[in-house]
Ligand binder design. Structure first.
Ligand SMILES: Nc1ncnc2c1ncn2[C@@H]1O[C@H](COP(=O)(O)OP(=O)(O)OP(=O)(O)O)[C@@H](O)[C@H]1O
Length: 318
């Protein structure tokens, strides 16, 4: 397995797959994260997002394909869950320093960057979902990582808090110049500034580049704070069965994803997708449906947001 990422990128997976307990957890994943780039992994439960991130970070070695990282890569990680027993006294200041040495200036600056400076002396067990995310984010960025890995960054955060956290992620990327690998189990909205969205379903189902709508003055004027978000919606044309086989929309069963239904191919606008699930659940519709339609009034296929990538023909499906 090679360990050195190609020039310019922080991490790279090439046709990476992991075989565990008698089956492939994920296969054929190509992924790179460059400095200043935000890559988001989406997909249903068990689709291989965490497995992919673990291969990218070197926690697990791919069974097939390769994983590589830039030598000396500094990674900041925000875990999916942090459970603090309510009987355990733990102040934010101490949590920040649990696994890293920080000067007072580093500590303060990190909390300021995530809007959590006022929580320095707060008890972790008393924090709200949004406050905890900000503190965990501050902890991850305190040593100025080259790569920030965020696992479900808006879990336990309400809708307006979600928008603030997505905006904060973009800002941190801009200020620190780090690459960001973000994981979401059911991401119905993706920041317009996300450079690449990779949808997993045991393999790379499709990938796209949502346009940086926030750069468009007229769009911002029209949609205000919502301009920072784009709806990324599509459906899968097949389902992975617990025994590793694949059931297609027409009911046919295949041994693996290698067939024509699943083959990794470039996006063809004329390609007819008959998909079976939809990342845009009710929440997305409640809050972003109008936006998606206004944003892409004449958009005819499954991705609701009219992304620059799509206009450039960069979105690919598999
Ligand atoms: N160490 C392991 N050994 C065997 N199977 C595993 C192991 N870790 C994960 N799996 C299985 O691999 C599949 C992919 O898991 P993974 O955690 O990557 O999915 P995910 O997309 O991150 O899911 P979620 O959205 O639920 O967090 C799941 O079916 C899971 O049960």
């Amino acid at each position: 397995m090679k360990t050195r990422a190609p020039a310019g990128s922080l991490i790279e997976l090439s046709r990476a797959g992991l075989f565990r307990s008698g089956r492939w957890l994920v296969q054929g994943v190509d992924l790179t994260v460059a400095p200043g780039e935000i890559v988001t992994l989406i997909g249903p439960n068990g689709s291989g997002k965490s497995t992919t991130a673990k291969m990218a970070l070197g926690i697990w070695s791919p069974t097939e394909g390769t994983a590589s990282r830039r030598p000396g890569l500094k990674v900041g990680y925000v875990p999916q869950k942090l459970q603090v027993d309510w009987t355990l006294p733990l102040k934010v200041e101490r949590l920040m320093r649990l696994t890293q040495k920080l000067s007072s200036a580093e500590l303060r600056q990190a909390l300021e960057r995530t809007g959590a400076a006022h929580l320095l002396h707060a008890e972790v067990r008393n924090l709200s979902g949004g406050e905890l995310q900000r503190v965990l984010m501050a902890r991850a960025i305190a040593r100025k990582p080259d790569l920030l890995v965020l696992d479900e960054p808006v879990q336990g955060v309400d809708f307006s808090g979600e928008i603030e956290i997505y905006e904060m992620i973009t800002r941190l990327r801009d200020e620190l110049g780090c690459g960001i690998l973000m994981i979401s189990h059911d991401l119905h909205m993706v920041m317009a500034s996300t450079d690449q969205v990779i949808c997993l379903n045991g393999h790379v189902c499709c990938r796209g580049t949502p346009v940086a709508v926030s750069q468009s003055a007229s769009f911002r004027e029209l949609f205000g704070r919502r301009a920072g978000l784009a709806l990324y919606r599509h459906q899968h044309d097949h389902e992975h069965l617990p025994d590793g086989r694949v059931r297609h929309a027409d009911g046919s069963i295949a041994e693996s994803c290698a067939g024509e239904h699943c083959a990794d191919h470039g996006h063809d606008p004329a390609h007819d997708h008959h998909h079976g699930h939809d990342h845009a659940h009710d929440h997305a519709h409640d809050h972003a449906h109008d936006h998606a339609h206004d944003q892409a009034p004449n958009h005819g296929h499954d991705h609701a947001a009219a992304t620059g990538a799509e206009r450039r023909g960069e979105t690919t499906h598999a």
